[in-house]
Design a protein around this ligand. Sequence first.
Ligand code: GPV
Length: 796
Amino acid sequence: MKEEIMKIKLNKNKFMEDYIENLQRITLKNFEDTSDKDKYFALCDTIMERINQEWRDCKNKTKKTKKAYYFSAEFLVGRSLGNNLINLGIYDEVKELLDEIDIDFESIENFEDDAALGNGGLGRLAACFMDSAASQKIDMYGYGVRYREGLFKQKIENGFQVEEGDHWIKDGDGWSIRVESDSKIVKFRDQTVKAVPYDMPMLGFENGQVNTLRLWQSEPFEEFDFSYFNNFQYDKAVEEKNRAEDITRVLYPNDIQREGKVLRLKQQYFFCSASIQDLVEKYKKYFENDLQFENFSKYHVIQLNDTHPIVAIPELIRVLVDENGIDFDRAVEITKKTFAFTNHTVLQEALETWPKDIMLEVCPRCFDIIEKINDKLVEDFKAKGLSEEAIDPYRIIRYDQIRMANLAIVMSISVNGVAKLHTKILKDDTFNHWYKIMPEKFNNKTNGITPRRWLVYSNIRLSNFITDKLGSDDWKYDLNKLKELEKYLEDDKVLEEINQIKYENKKDLARYILEQENIVINPDSIFDIQIKRIHEYKRQHLNILHIINLYHRLKKNPDMNFYPTTFILGGKAAPGYFRAKAIIKLANEVARVINKDPDVNKKLKVVFIENYRVSYGEKLFPAADISEQISTAGKEASGTGNMKFMLNGALTLGTYDGANIEIFEKAGVENNYIFGAKVEELNSIRDSYSPKEYYHKNSDIKDAVDSLVSGELNDDNSYMFLDIYNSLINPQGGEKADSYFLLKDFEDYKKVHEKINEEYSDRKTWDRKALKNIANAGYFSSDRTILEYAKDIWKI
Ligand code: GPV
């Protein structure tokens, strides 16, 4: 297990020699003439060489064993250098080695662009699972898309979000191997392309395991169509090439909201078809006697990450029937035993449906197959005596729309939600009709995060402290061991250490924010942070409205008892989501007004982080005092940022929603700050709710909401603030006013902030609560989550 590490430790000289050799070889320059970027890429090469043998061994060892395949349109990996060094157990050594030749590790680390091949939580979860599977020696391979452009880069110009491209591999890709020989042909109705796999090693934590993340890139089937060429139609030849490359050119930037475009379905079918072909081809090679695929599902289980990869289901049937002569019903049986489905939201706008004509345009044979499955399903229900109407909610195809979730539920061995409350809502509500007829399929797998990236790597101070206090670093392998930290709850010296670590982290963040955002913040103030995609249900505008009201109160009453606070927000809005962009403009405008106001800016600061992403998060989570998790109850399936904050010793200010509930359960409600209406209450008032009443009755609410249109805040004639204003109190075109219940929860939110502000000055009590949270974060390791998938669903 630790052999690999030992080898490297014993071969420091060799590592150094290889590194310098690689550096000079790839640049054709002498060491002293190479740039920092060259130094970064040479380090990638040297590490990739190191792990190549283990990687091949792992691939070979598992040829004939059962594996799980995680199909996902998104893998939000972030940077790999630091994380890979941590997982290889050579982070400190390599840093020292570089130091010896005057290379500053941090500065070359910054030459790595985030692999932002995902939007938010769903994609980041997939990346955490890859880390945890390898760390737990679970044979799980990831399959996805190698987008040429990752999630757009966010610029803030005059307070508005402006999107820029993210050509993350323009200078090269230090962490993939192009496996040309495993390329596949993917056929669409109107086009045939080549899918080329790029394999990324997924390293287990100090255990020698290397799993594979295989990302497919679309390329022209033939580099040039020579018939065009011979006819001097050069433009046409280039056009064809572009058309092929278009398929994996860019990640769709919508989080939650689905995108009903032909190209999006093409992306989905592209990577699912290539992946299915890959599995079937390998199966035939290594299980050559099993011509009937009798044992296919004994060796494969495919986990579908939300609705995006569901088209893999008809694709497997197609490959079995059309390309391998398996009888249709038999193919359906095999397929049914192979898939499992994870749902990640109950928001209706995320459940994908594809219009029949789009599917016919992309992959007509899949439509045939889905239609057959649907016909059989309807027939079975009729045989059981159900009426047409009773069958309606179960139909896979209705009004010429293909309902992908229904297809997945029928064709899977398992359907899971991602936190206790979320799974309960799936059973009781969203998929209740299914749950009633197949309860055994439904199960919960509460999300988790990898402690390696989100603590060992990103919060070295806290990590060293824990190892020191527990007397070993076993907790990195089994995060439940953090529980033992509870023996220090009454130890003042230890609590003081916790305090000091947080303070140092806050100073680091303050320096970084000054550098990046050009805003001075005070590390002695409370750091209150909300970082996540911008969405109405996540209620960043509740946070901002509260800040506005607080600002007004402070201005009116300068002697008000108030502990200085820095509110930090960050996140991207989908480019087509006007109201989310309005929220960003509002945050920036409020920051502008407050930060320049000498009456308050010693006590109150507001920062909007530009281009929030994984690598920025690594600096924010360790420095937070308060973690804002304020979604409308019932709307956030789980959340995972909440877990990153908890693990790093922030207290949660949150609603009874998603995994917040489980955080409160584990760490104790008394050690966190809970506010707002619960789901049951919201369900019972949904029809009678009148935000206007709250607005008129509560002067603080009126004060905050009115400031949107009073002229105090300037939205540069974009009408963005008016749009937010209307969304809260004026019902518009069938849409209810304040459908996310901001005004209902406002007063409670304000009160809990007052409580926080008061209690923060009792630092010993605060630090004890922080320690209590850290000590109970073990459950939220994605190691635990992935072991549950392996045991309950995959049976591996
Ligand atoms: I569906 N999620 C996401 O990031 N993008 C999506 O398209 C969909 C869900 C998120 C949920 O919003 C989070 O609550 C959850 O923690 C995360 O998926 C991982 O399960």
